[in-house]
Ligand binder design. Structure first.
Ligand SMILES: Cc1cc2nc3c(=O)[nH]c(=O)nc-3n(C[C@H](O)[C@H](O)[C@H](O)COP(=O)(O)OP(=O)(O)OC[C@H]3O[C@@H](n4cnc5c(N)ncnc54)[C@H](O)[C@@H]3O)c2cc1C
Length: 438
């Protein structure tokens, strides 16, 4: 392995995040502005990184932990998602029941750790154990929904079927033909949750923000070089998601999938009468071409659809405008009376997909470890894997850790341009099929 790893690309702080924008301005960040020494370093303060740092701090109160991010906590992917913290998930078509059960245990493990932390520190993030409702809007979508329900049956997760009238009572829309409600997931304001998690780390954990790591030296300990200083640590956990490959780690293991979301402005009292009882809800699509939809506590609609292959890790204005147009159409299809309602913000973010629902979790070299959350329910799965990595490094065995390690390693993918071609082909196909679901 090389001794010096240069970051070829850094996270792009030019992209908006509607959740983050609705929070009060943050306190000034603590930056890496000198040489910091720590027992442990964690690179990346998303769901994986904050869980790993918190757990290390809890388990090793006499050690020091430095967690560093290029941006403000809550601004990255973990604070720009749809806010579903899933304790169970099914997308149908379970291939290996044992693997699906193990993944389900990891979702539950991450959910519980997040819930306990949010409760213990009274983190204000609109946490609500609302559960998730999978929905369909056409015959093809209904078939996907049956597969989702079969998946939950196989996992022995209780579920409740909803018909069109029941969905209309919840959402105010007759767009949806059928649904499956599963209890146990939380809906949150993700940027608020992440900011709260960053602000309540144990005393021996120090968070550094606005400090991009441009170079990593791995000979004789770990040295993380930032523009105005560096962190020197004995051990490092990489939790920088798809940017790990930009430093040369775990290349060709994940497909960076660009997802887009919009939040409307707060609906007026008159407008809210069109979206059900006024109580918040969270809908997950059964069809791959469907939309994730929420009504938030503060009366805004979140719409998420549209995909891109995001190897560039940048979202042009054209991509954002195209996504916003799709989101406006999807809102009008569900609630014709809300056609033209203003979108307060539209943004993109990245999710990592593997070919085999595999894992990126383990040791890369002595003192250097990686946790990258992938595929289904990545927020809770990533939280679990960050926590379990810290436990592994502190010698704590558990059934969940065994499960995390039993999941097969993420299968190798072809390089670009072949992967770009295949990914674009698949994404175009998804966007062409079942348009009624979007
Ligand atoms: C629109 C959208 C909706 C989604 N909805 C959901 C959902 O409802 N539920 C769910 O479970 N998942 C959802 N996801 C996926 C989920 O948000 C991500 O999979 C998850 O946040 C990844 O967490 P992470 O900790 O691995 O990475 P990240 O949150 O990306 O954290 C990695 C951090 O590393 C930092 N970093 C990278 N490189 C460097 C460097 N060189 N120097 C310093 N810092 C660096 C980044 O700034 C970043 O903050 C959604 C994603 C999107 C985009």
């Amino acid at each position: 392995m090389k001794a010096v790893h240069t970051a070829r690309k850094l996270p792009n702080d030019g992209v908006r995040n509607g959740w983050y924008e609705s929070l009060p301005p943050p306190d000034a960040p603590r930056r890496v502005s000198s040489t910091i020494t720590a027992d442990w370093a964690v690179l990346g303060a998303g769901a994986c990184g904050l869980a790993a740092a918190r757990r290390l701090g809890e388990l090793r109160p006499d050690d020091t932990v430095a967690v560093v991010d290029a941006m403000r906590v809550g601004y990255g992917n973990s604070g720009r998602n749809a806010g579903f913290m899933l304790s169970h998930h099914s997308h149908g078509g379970i291939k290996h029941l044992d693997v699906a059960r193990q993944a389900d245990r990891l979702f539950g493990c991450g959910y519980t750790y997040l819930r306990e932390t949010v409760e213990a520190h009274q983190i204000r993030c609109d946490w609500s154990d609302q559960g998730q409702i999978y929905v369909s809007a056409s015959r093809e979508g209904d078939a996907h929904l049956d597969a989702v329900a079969d998946g939950f049956d196989a996992l022995a997760v209780p579920q409740n079927r909803l018909d069109q009238n029941e969905l209309q009572a919840i959402t105010g829309s007759r767009f949806y033909t059928a649904g499956v409600h599963v209890k146990g997931a939380a809906l949150v304001q993700p940027a608020a949750m992440m900011r709260g998690l960053g602000a309540t780390l144990p005393a021996n954990v120090t968070l550094f923000e606005d400090s991009p790591v441009t170079e990593l030296h791995t000979d004789g300990g770990m040295r993380l070089v930032c523009p105005d200083g560096e962190i020197v640590a004995k051990q490092l956990i990489l939790t920088n998601h798809v940017f790990a490959e930009e430093m040369g780690f775990k290349r060709h293991r994940v497909v960076p999938l660009g997802l887009f979301a919009s939040l409307t402005r707060a609906l007026t009292a008159g407008e809210r009468r069109h979206v059900g009882s006024g109580e918040q809800f969270g809908l997950l699509p059964a069809s791959p071409n469907g939309s994730t939809v929420r009504l938030t506590v503060d009366g805004r609609i979140l719409m998420r659809n549209t995909f891109t292959y995001a190897r560039d890790k940048r979202f042009s204005d054209d991509l954002i405008e195209n996504a916003a147009a799709n989101h406006r159409t999807s809102i009008a299809k569900r609630w014709p009376a809300l056609d033209g309602v203003d979108l307060a913000a539209t943004w993109g973010g990245i999710m990592a997909m593997t070919r085999n629902e595999g894992r990126v979790f383990g040791e890369i070299a002595p003192g250097l470890h990686i946790v990258l959350t992938t595929d289904a329910a990545p927020m809770t799965r990533g939280t679990a894997c960050g926590k379990l990595m810290a436990e592994k490094l502190c010698g704590i065995e558990s059934e969940e850790l065994r499960f995390a390690e039993m999941i097969p390693e993420a299968a190798i993918l072809p390089p670009d341009p072949l992967l770009r071609f295949v990914a674009n082909h698949r994404l175009n196909k998804i966007e062409r099929t079942e348009p009624a679901e979007r």
